[in-house]
Design a protein around this ligand. Structure first.
Ligand code: NAD
Ligand code: TYD
Length: 341
């Protein structure tokens, strides 16, 4: 059976990915490596960890000695690299951890893969590396050839990591794959990101903070579709290639907010608070995912209207999960981000 190192597996997408592999009984042993930062949560994977098929190790991807030890101990031949600092607003407050984990951490993984051997290395990246699109020209979309033009410290750190991945292919022939996906939503999403923040705020009787004019556009993809695309690229992708992943589902933040409010039976006037815009806020992201569809046969299966309903229901059914998170460190961040500026 193959052994795959999955970094960041206690986070939102990483935990959904491991859950998907177990649910489908894919013939793979997973070594989960996660530092359990503020947004990593062992509860996200605790029920699927078992000593044979899903091994969990708490540790930092920047720790080269630990990564090498795991490589040898478990005979790792494959990597899916999710671990990252992932929130744009936090990168604006302090970009240091983003440079460390997203750039240095990626370099450590690449170097270990190069020295100790690796059959497939998949870098989970983001459409944010392409920068922002004009909102009025709907024909403009990000393709894999769009120049990299990151605008936030988060996307700049992800872009630097993507460039290292590219360099390890060209210089050392490391069999790398890169995926660049649009905004995800679904279960286990940390409630600092827009959709889970809005859903849980409404459940707590708090207003939802909409940035600027609320007309920024994102392309929303259900997390299970993203995980399925990653698995497809890992198994069928061509080394050295980049694959865009998207939901073909562009919406303004106002439209998303309207849907969430409607699903939760809350009128707009009482529950939406416009707040100061995010500095450098990218106006529009839109993904052209025709390459992965054409070359690997992947396309999204979930529709936004049904998957958002399931997602809201998940937050209703898992109050203990998010209430435990929305305390402690989270409150300090919330105060800095929303209350005191
Ligand atoms: P997340 O913030 O929910 O999870 C990140 C995980 O990485 C956490 O479990 C955290 O503990 C772990 N981690 C952080 N620093 C670490 C370190 N130094 N060593 C080991 N583990 C560490 O993020 P997410 O939303 O699940 O995103 C996963 C990946 O997907 C990221 O690389 C992100 O850039 C990318 N991505 C996310 C989205 C999205 O909409 N969320 C879209 C496209 C791409
Ligand atoms: P987010 O979930 O942080 O993802 P990203 O910035 O990586 O796209 O934000 C999604 C959109 O929602 C983005 O345009 C910013 C906006 N937003 C708000 O309006 N209010 C909020 O409180 C947050 C967190 C985001």
């Amino acid at each position: 059976m193959r052994t795959t190192l999955v970094t960041g597996s206690a986070g939102f997408i990483g935990s959904n990915f491991v859950r998907m592999l177990r649910g489908r009984n894919e013939p793979v042993r997973v070594i989960c490596l996660d530092k359990l930062t503020y947004c990593g949560n062992l509860a996200n994977v605790a029920d699927i960890v078992d000593k044979d098929r899903v091994v969990f190790v708490r540790g930092d991807i920047c720790d080269a000695a630990l990564v090498a030890e795991l490589w040898k101990q478990y005979d790792i031949r494959e990597v899916v690299h999710f671990a990252a600092e992932s929130h744009v607003d936090r990168s604006i407050l302090d970009s240091g951890p983003f440079v460390q984990t997203n750039i240095v951490g990626t370099q450590v993984l690449l170097d270990t893969a190069r020295k100790l051997g690796c059959d497939r290395y998949l870098q989970v990246s983001t459409d944010e590396v392409y920068g922002s699109l004009p909102e009025h020209d709907k024909s403009a979309m990000f393709t894999e050839e769009t120049p990299l033009a990151p605008n936030s410290p988060y996307s700049a750190s992800k872009t630097a990591a993507d460039c290292m991945v590219r360099a390890y292919f060209h210089t050392f022939g490391l069999p790398v794959l890169t995926t660049r996906c649009s905004n995800n939503y679904g279960p286990y999403h940390f409630p600092e990101k827009m959709i889970p923040l809005f859903v849980t705020n409404l459940m707590e009787g708090k207003k939802v903070p909409l940035y600027g004019d609320g007309m920024n556009i994102r392309d929303w993809l259900y997390v299970v579709d993203h995980c399925d695309a990653i698995w497809t690229v890992l198994n069928k992708g061509k080394p050295g290639e980049v694959y865009n992943i998207g939901g073909n589902n562009e919406m303004t933040n106002r439209e998303v907010t309207e849907i969430v409010l409607r699903e939760m039976g809350k009128p707009w006037d009482q529950w939406v608070q416009y707040v100061k815009d995010r500095p450098g806020h990218d106006r529009r992201y839109a993904i052209d995912a025709s390459k992965i569809r054409r070359e690997l046969g992947w396309e999204p299966k979930y529709r936004f209207d049904t998957a958002i309903r399931q997602t809201i229901q998940w937050y209703k059914d898992n109050e203990t999960w998010w209430r435990a998170i929305k305390s402690g460190e989270y409150l300090t961040y919330y105060e800095k981000q929303y209350v005191s500026r």
